[in-house]
Design a protein around this ligand. Sequence first.
Ligand code: PLP
Length: 457
Amino acid sequence: QESPMITDAAELERLDQKSQFHPFTSIADLAKEGPTVMTSGQGVRVRDAHGRDYLDGMAGLWCVNLGYGRTEITEAITRQSERLSFFHTFNGMTSDVVAECADALLKRAPVPMSRVFFGASGSDANETQLKLIWYYNNLRGKPEKKKIIARWNSYHGSGVATASLTGLPGMHNYFDLPKGPILHVSAPYYYRDAPEGMSERDFSRKLARELEEVIEREGADTIAAFFAEAVMGAGGLIPPPEGYFDEISAILKKHDILLVADEVVSGFGRLGTYWGSQTYGYEPDLITSAKGVTSGYFPMSVCFISPKVWDVIEGAAAQTGIFGHGYTYSAHPVGAAAALAALKLIDELEVVKNVADVGPHLMNGLRDRLGQHPHVGDIRGQGLMVGIELAKDRATKEGFPPANRTGREVLKAAAKRGLITRALGDTLVFAPPLVINRAEVDELVDKFALAVGDVLG
Ligand code: PLP
């Protein structure tokens, strides 16, 4: 295997800094601090160009679920690249490995699904969902039923439509995104937004009432779908309060509104069940997945389409002709080979069972070490998706001034101690590889507690 020609860390940092426009990066910070250049990874660890090792508490970007250096996947990728490096799926074409992968995915769906549609990223998959939803309602004679409801703090992607759908104002600023027929309702942010003394159940009912009010105000015959992550990820690691999805699902059903489960992060085991919808017991009409389907070894996304939607689309096929949507890399055979290898490993390694065991171990460890820290406001999560929200005053929940960038300081202190976390404002997040073991979880907790201490005492 060819190694990169340049190995000098300073030179790599210089080249990257003067050449690459980084996504989701402060240009000012990068100018001051330079990039961190990773060069290799094994298991739950990555190594940078200086030879420093880090425990990757974020599995890359919540995607390297099976850890780094999985030869079962890399060899499947190599074999497929050599045998058939590309073929497309337009005009009824396909490849052997894609046919097998589509079937394997449908068999793993949480509720009966009729078809899968492939893409290359979570963003393009949610774009597909939006188009499918509009297509579906046009075909069933409901052309007015087009508005989409998402939630503040949600993350659904970075495309023009999916960034609009995303409820993070920081992603709307300066871009003049078309608002389109998109509405936002409150996030289920119990820690920050529930009135003093209100139970989780009552907070869920309050949010459900808000949703129903929006539907009634706009008219149910204008609302097509509701998008939701199981646990909000990029918007601050927000798990749903008790009863939330029961309440919401009932309202959506009543008003004939599709529930789109964005399982880009929560799919394939992250919450300790195969799908996030199984943790909370709701039945999606459409599912968006990506990331974990190949464990991040190849860009691939998968939309699952329920019989309810598929039957309308199939039923109108004589009239619609060609389905006018798709990507060159829809169902890339190398991605399908990577996915088949990853799906097999998820089963063989009993990854979901591991998450159900080490997830609570991580939560307990963090609570033991940091639960009483004067500047830790909340520790929350599900499975291997955990957030630690810092607060200036634990009792009043008052946050630190944003200009202090306290979360970022903790992130930097953690990196110095060899641990990768992510700072979403002042919420530090962990979503490590799902194959992490108890000893590695203990190491993560220890390094993190020390990093919090470095910054906040
Ligand atoms: N949906 C969710 C819930 C996500 O977390 C992400 C990415 O983190 C996306 C969609 C977009 O995926 P991608 O970055 O692959 O476009």
